[in-house]
Design a protein around this ligand. Structure first.
Ligand code: GMT
Length: 427
């Protein structure tokens, strides 16, 4: 990162992420006085923004996402980093630093939306603070568009920001990720606002065909929703090397699960499957992540007398180191729009045993890259795990195919290119 850029970032009370890696070509954008200025706040000033006669090529993009360990935040962050490497200037606007924003990268900025607390508030109005921060960042950095990940409530905050910025023409892209459509958005308390903010986004994308169809059917969305699958970097999520990192003694096999431990993840099924497998094959279960169902999972583990063989690692920041150590990855969710972690496991040559719900069949091919069963069909899940653990050649073949599919169908370049085309269509 140049000193100018870093200085500018500090002046705008911004945390800049990255800067070490060499940047590539400059973003393609048509030339305007503001657009060609030095990096840093452009200081267009409140209310001074004139309506652009025609939209410039989006070269400066605001990204909003949840910052915790969930897949939507991972996708948003990896997308932002990939765009930055392609010369885009990327401004993350979020309540916290996204968890995967852990590398130093040029062209990447972070703006924290902090809400004031006040005794009158029952709850701090975070989403209003977010909309206000969006407005501030768009004006100061002359952003072309906001790309929000997870409709609820970010698409609503972006809508508000866009209205506040009128007559400036700010593009809003919304990516639907999962429970924003299947669980929380359908709550009566949020239905209308979710529906409205999706309809009023300039472009809408969904991470699977399943999710697109579910959004159309549930919310009666008539505008186009483009499917752009999640992606993985096969260089980062690569097969196991000779590693000193050990999760189990050499004679034990490793089953792995990673999630945010919510009800939809069907955690009891993971433990029940492991309880059965362990009676037949010496094995360990590695549970990664944290969330509301974790305490109950630990309790069930104790009740079944499995505590010596189940490792609850909590949230981990190094999935690329852990996933390759698994022999089989388990994801028996009751609802799953895509299952990013399953794709990361596949990229690491680990076959996946999962449920046949939602978008999972678009990611994992039954009998080819893993096995799919009804989420409640414990016997089916157990028999597939045992089949893989009992036949190393099958396990390896499926793992290799899984990696090929991850590379060929879910590559970063393809999906990032598709997002860029969405941005360019906003010109
Ligand atoms: O929707 C959620 O539950 C949260 C979200 C997240 O932030 O992790 O997960 C969803 O988005 C991921 C990234 O696109 C998908 O891989 C997950 O399948 C999806 N979760 C569900 O549909 C339950």
């Amino acid at each position: 990162m140049s000193r100018t850029r870093l200085g500018a970032a500090r002046a705008g009370s911004v945390r800049a992420a990255g800067g070490g890696r060499g940047r590539t070509a400059a973003p393609e954008r048509s030339r305007t006085a503001a657009g060609d200025g030095p990096p840093g706040p452009r200081g267009r000033g409140r209310g001074r923004a004139a309506p652009s006669r025609r939209r410039r090529r989006p070269g400066r993009i605001g990204i909003t996402c949840y910052s915790h360990f969930g897949g939507s935040g991972v996708v948003a962050t990896e997308l932002g980093l990939a765009l930055a490497r392609r010369g885009y200037e990327v401004h993350f606007v979020a309540h916290r630093l996204p968890s995967r924003l852990r590398r130093f990268e040029a062209n990447v900025f972070f703006h924290e939306a902090v809400a004031a607390s006040y005794p009158v508030f029952d709850q701090t109005p975070l989403n209003l603070a977010l909309a206000t921060k969006m407005v501030e960042v768009v004006e100061n950095y002359d952003l072309d568009l906001l790309h929000v990940h997870y409709a609820m409530p970010f698409a609503a905050s972006a809508y508000l920001a866009r209205q506040l910025l009128l007559p400036r023409q700010l593009g809003v892209v919304t990516t639907l990720h999962g429970t924003d459509i299947t669980v929380v958005g359908v709550e009566p308390a949020f239905f209308r606002i979710t529906q409205f903010s999706i309809q009023s986004s300039d472009r809408v994308t969904a991470v699977s065909r399943f999710l697109k169809e579910r959004a159309e059917a549930t919310f009666g969305i008539t505008r186009e929703i483009e499917v752009i699958y999640n992606f993985v970097d096969p260089k980062l999520f690569a097969p196991r090397k000779r590693s000193t990192l050990r999760l189990a003694p050499p004679e034990s096999r490793v089953l792995m699960h990673a999630s945010n431990f919510r009800q939809v993840k069907n955690i009891p099924a993971v433990i029940q499957v492991f309880a059965e497998v362990r009676t037949r094959v010496p094995s360990k279960l590695v549970m990664i992540g944290d969330g509301p169902e974790k305490a109950a999972a630990e309790q069930l583990t104790r009740e079944l007398g499995l505590e010596r063989d189940v490792l609850f690692l909590g949230n981990q920041d190094c999935m690329e180191e852990l996933l390759p150590l698994a022999d089989v990855f388990l994801l028996p969710s009751s609802s799953e729009s895509f299952g990013l972690v399953a794709l990361e496991a596949m990229s690491a040559e680990v076959p996946v045993v999962a449920s046949n719900v939602g978008g999972l069949p678009e990611v994992v091919e039954h009998g080819v890259t893993g096995f799919l069963h009804d989420p409640g069909h414990i016997a089916g899940l157990v028999s597939s795990v045992l089949r893989l653990l009992g036949n190393e050649s099958l396990r390896r073949t499926m793992g290799r195919r899984a990696r090929r599919v991850a590379r060929e169908r879910f590559g970063t370049d393809e999906m990032v290119g598709r997002y860029i085309r969405v941005y360019e269509s906003l010109r």
